[in-house]
Design a protein around this ligand. Structure first.
Ligand code: ADP
Ligand code: MG
Ligand code: MG
Length: 208
């Protein structure tokens, strides 16, 4: 069972993790983008954490919806609307709920993933955050199907997201700013796949 207070701990942890990794994510984005991914993620999740503290949400759906609105409002670029969509679609699955079980967690993350897929229209192999999301959600579903609990689901999802992140290195980017570089985007790890792997690791550490 995952409680509202665990969801709030996840959001707080995302602020901590993206603030700690701000320089790293921005450095990755400086190689194949415009050197702002760490700044974007840290700004967005610091604002989200602040919003939770200022207006404590009554349920999990309300918390995720407030995160979505904050990200869309405070983060520019590709990642603001993309992660904003993840949290918006996720919020719809658990409106009014103060706790969720394994099935609810699967629904929350798979709907969030579906949202970012529809919004960004990237496929696996395009060297985007989808390269971390897709294997993570698949691994999460497989873990639940074989009887795994929340901890097992999020451990499997995090490992798969990290493998997906690493697999972006040799790819040529076909979406986002990095695609402007064509072949020169090869040999660099995608910043968005990296922030997605951090999102799953933070979920594992706070929701299990
Ligand atoms: P911007 O590129 O606008 O400066 P960010 O630097 O914050 O935005 O985010 C860049 C990341 O967004 C990329 O590393 C990539 O993972 C992700 N991204 C870009 N376009 C798409 C897309 N169409 N679908 C999914 N992810 C995308
Ligand atoms: Mg950028
Ligand atoms: Mg930018």
């Amino acid at each position: 069972m995952i409680t509202l207070s665990q969801i709030l701990a996840w959001i707080t942890q995302l602020d901590t993790v993206y603030t700690e990794n701000k320089a790293y994510l921005t450095e990755l984005d400086s190689a194949i983008g415009d050197a702002d991914h760490g700044i974007n993620m840290a700004r967005g999740f610091s604002a989200a954490r602040k919003a939770m503290e200022e207006t404590p949400p009554a349920d999990i759906g309300a918390a995720l919806k407030a995160v979505s609105m904050t990200l869309i409002k405070t983060v520019g670029g590709a990642s603001g609307p993309l992660y904003g969509t993840v949290f918006l679609k996720a919020s719809v699955t658990c409106m009014g709920q103060e706790s969720i079980d394994e099935e609810g967690l699967e629904r929350l993350l798979s709907e969030g993933f579906r949202g970012v897929q529809q919004r960004g229209k990237a496929q696996v192999g395009d060297k985007t955050m989808i390269d971390a999301w897709d294997p993570a959600v698949t691994a999460l579903k497989e873990a639940r199907a074989s009887g795994g609990d929340v901890a097992a689901m999020l451990q499997a999802a995090t490992a798969a997201a990290e493998a997906g992140r690493d697999a972006t290195v040799p790819l040529v980017a076909r979406k986002g700013r990095a695609s402007y570089l064509g072949e020169r985007s090869k040999g660099h790890q995608d910043p968005g796949a990296t922030s997605t792997a951090l999102l799953f690791a933070a979920a594992r550490d706070t929701l299990s």
